[in-house]
Design a protein around this ligand. Structure first.
Ligand SMILES: NC(=O)c1ccc[n+]([C@@H]2O[C@H](COP(=O)([O-])OP(=O)(O)OC[C@H]3O[C@@H](n4cnc5c(N)ncnc54)[C@H](OP(=O)(O)O)[C@@H]3O)[C@@H](O)[C@H]2O)c1
Length: 255
């Protein structure tokens, strides 16, 4: 699929490279055309250098295009797991070009520039899946009365899905992100079923497990969670240690 990314920084690089490697065509965008083009060139080279081979491709035993956890590589590869990743294409454009280009658009800019960028991106995100990875500028600067995801929905008219905001950019460079033998679960909050399906595919393309986090009204909880755990990490605490496993969570989630 064509993925437009508003952003040419770390998150655009990490996730865009993964998706290019999985066979998507990616356009990133930033404030400086030369810098964005250099970044796109680097991403394309990295994605092509690390294209999955038949031996390392995910094995798809029963590929179904509509299955929520089916990755693009699996869909392209069929039962044999042979990845047809195309040319791993990454290019750069303006904010408006990336917004127009994407069948899905990811918003990956600093909060300080968010409104300006969305205004420059124009109206072409209306009705499209919009993946929102943004967090507050700092943990103590998050304002739960002004959810970022809702602002993005209001300014774009897109079908916003909040995702990928809980983990550091280096996690999104891992192939795949697996901790203690368990693939990383990625919570998704959004209202539109088709946009949620698109987000699930993009999560599966990383080798992660999509997790339904509820509607867009719950995106502010994801944003607040990010602010909270980032605050713990900044303080040197192991934020992963604060939650018990499902088996020790009472009756919740066992129905
Ligand atoms: N880094 C992480 O670990 C991480 C993890 C989860 C979520 N996030 C969130 O993802 C978003 C992108 O993070 P990132 O790590 O990719 O940031 P980054 O590397 O600093 O890149 C920021 C991007 O925002 C653009 N931008 C537009 N207006 C800006 C302004 N006024 N000030 C600063 N940048 C501006 C930059 O444009 P130029 O390309 O022209 O510089 C750049 O493309 C942020 O909202 C962040 O909170 C980050």
């Amino acid at each position: 699929m064509r993925i437009g990314i508003l952003g040419a920084g770390g998150m655009a690089d990490a996730l865009g490279t993964q998706w290019a490697r999985a066979g998507h065509t990616v356009m990133i965008s930033g404030r400086d055309a030369g810098r964005s083009t250099a970044r796109a060139d680097k991403m394309r080279a990295e994605a092509r250098r690390t294209l999955p081979t038949q031996a390392s491709a995910p094995q798809a035993s029963a590929p179904q295009a509509s299955a929520p956890q089916t990755s693009s590589a699996q869909m392209a590869g069929g039962a044999g797991g042979v990845v047809v990743a195309g040319e791993a294409d990454v290019r750069a454009g303006t904010w408006a070009e990336a917004a127009r280009f994407g069948e899905v658009v990811m918003v990956a800019v600093r909060e300080a520039g968010l409104v300006d960028v969305l205004q420059a991106a124009g109206a072409s995100m209306r009705g499209k899946p919009v993946i929102d990875v943004t967090n507050a500028a700092a943990p103590d600067r998050y304002d739960p009365t002004r959810p970022i995801a809702r602002l993005i929905r209001d300014l774009t008219g897109g079908h916003v899905v909040k995702a990928f905001n809980l983990c550091h950019v280096d996690v999104w460079r891992m192939t795949p992100p697996v901790f203690g033998g368990r693939p990383l679960a990625v919570p998704l909050c959004g209202d539109d079923p088709a946009a949620m399906d698109t987000a699930r595919t993009l999560v599966a393309d990383l080798g992660c497990t999509p997790l339904n986090g509820g509607g867009l009204d719950r995106a502010m909880q994801l944003e607040a969670t990010a602010a909270f755990v980032i605050g713990l990490w900044f303080g040197g605490a192991d934020a992963q240690a604060i939650l018990p496993p499902l088996a020790s969570s009472g009756t919740h989630g066992q129905g």
